[in-house]
Design a protein. Structure first.
Length: 114
């Protein structure tokens, strides 16, 4: 199983970013996918989750209405569209799949700052 995140960077408050996670090594369309984030000194927290078919999603209260998780099963990729970014969204964002074990990508840094 390999998960590779991309799309992070530095953005001003109120801006947008789209994160991507390219998956390989398993049948992507059969598994729910999640995005987590972590800041130094804090536990990794769930940001959003999407079912295998993409027909159901859920979000942390802190990002509801601003972030959208989606997936393209033909491309083995899950996305996180992040709008109206706030400084408190600054974190390393990780892609995650649970397939017998929990698998993580290496993460992509998102920094929201003026």
């Amino acid at each position: 199983v390999q998960l590779v995140e991309s799309g992070g960077g530095l953005v001003q408050p109120g801006g947008s970013l789209r994160l991507s996670c390219a998956a390989s090594g398993f049948t992507f369309s059969s598994y729910a996918m999640s995005w987590y984030r972590q800041v130094p000194g804090k536990e990794r927290e769930l940001v959003a989750r999407i079912t295998s078919s993409g027909d159901s999603t859920n979000y942390a209260d802190s990002v509801k209405g601003r972030f959208t998780i989606s997936r393209d099963n033909a491309k083995n990729t899950v996305y996180l569209q992040m709008n109206v970014l706030k400084p408190e969204d600054t974190a390393v964002y990780y892609c995650c799949v649970v397939r017998y074990l929990v698998y993580w990508g290496r993460g992509t840094q998102v920094t929201v700052s003026s």
